[in-house]
Design a binder for this molecule. Structure first.
Ligand SMILES: [Zn+2]
Length: 278
């Protein structure tokens, strides 16, 4: 009787532990007057860190969780909106001023780059040393979750929209350039963009849409994806320091692959990540 009770109890305990391992550990980080969370999922398996920092890119998170569940490793996602919306940029308040930054433009030892990547949305405050340090705190907290991994896979989605005139206010229209895609890496009209200047090599499969591609920092990953005929960009050894994780990973000697797919394309992104890891 006691033996069977013990067995049932053990089963419930092990099963709950299994369920618990599927829920994230939430690490709070205070930035200004706000608290954000780095949610981390861990599972034995491959020594890979999956990084998701753009909250609104939900397809890449779903695809990343699927792959993490299959291959193991650690997955982290940044949670910074609590009003039911999901936003790319992080906003925070300090002394009645609202600041904004892109959470993939904060990983840099260069405080001038970091300062230029923080903007004032509302209020009279400035991007001073204190504000820079607050944002740097989040960058360090995210980095400390992944810096002991030798392989980082970043999860992103893009809009994949053509250039168009967008109405601004009642009377004016503004031309919004073509959104980020594999095309951003090509030198166009004799002009180089930051993406183009950071590009060492490129392979484009003409049958794959321009929104689905990889950005890698090592030649071996470029060659692997080229052999599998998947669109890929090799970032060069002297990329422009824009505060992005890809540049920071390269400087820290960590293998880095960014998977880019159009918003909403979960199935396609699972397929491309499977192709990368198989
Ligand atoms: Zn993104």
């Amino acid at each position: 009787m006691w033996k069977s009770f013990f067995l049932v109890f053990s089963f419930i305990f092990v099963y709950s532990c299994h369920l618990f391992s599927q829920s994230p550990v939430r690490i709070p980080v205070t930035v200004g007057e706000n608290t954000f969370y780095i949610e981390t999922y861990e599972k034995t398996g491959e020594g890979i860190a999956y990084v998701h920092v753009h909250e609104n890119e939900t397809a890449s998170l779903a695809a990343g969780k699927h792959i993490w569940n299959q291959f193991g490793g650690k997955l982290i996602t940044l949670v910074h909106s609590f009003d039911g919306t999901k936003n790319r940029n992080v906003t925070f308040t300090w002394k009645k001023t609202v600041y904004k930054f892109d959470p993939n433009r904060i990983y840099t030892p260069d405080r001038t780059v970091l300062k230029n990547n923080i903007s004032v949305v509302k209020g009279r405050g400035e991007v001073d040393e204190f504000i820079i340090s607050e944002v740097e705190k989040l960058a360090k907290a995210i980095w400390s979750e992944i810096d002991d991994f030798s392989y980082i896979i970043a999860l992103h989605n893009n809009k994949n929209e053509p250039g168009m005139l967008v109405r601004k206010g009642w009377f004016s229209k503004k031309y919004e350039p073509e959104s980020f895609s594999i095309i951003s890496y090509i030198k166009k009209n004799d002009e180089s963009s930051d993406s183009n200047l950071s590009c060492e090599d490129i392979y484009i499969n003409p049958r794959i849409n321009n929104s689905e591609f990889f950005i890698v920092t090592e030649r071996r990953d470029f060659s692997l994806l080229y052999r599998k005929r998947y669109t890929v960009v090799l970032q060069n050894n002297q990329p422009v320091d824009d505060g992005s994780l890809s540049v920071f990973a390269l400087k820290n000697g960590i293998r880095y692959v960014n998977s880019e797919a159009k918003m909403g394309r979960v199935k396609e992104q699972i397929e491309m990540l499977t192709l990368l890891l198989e």
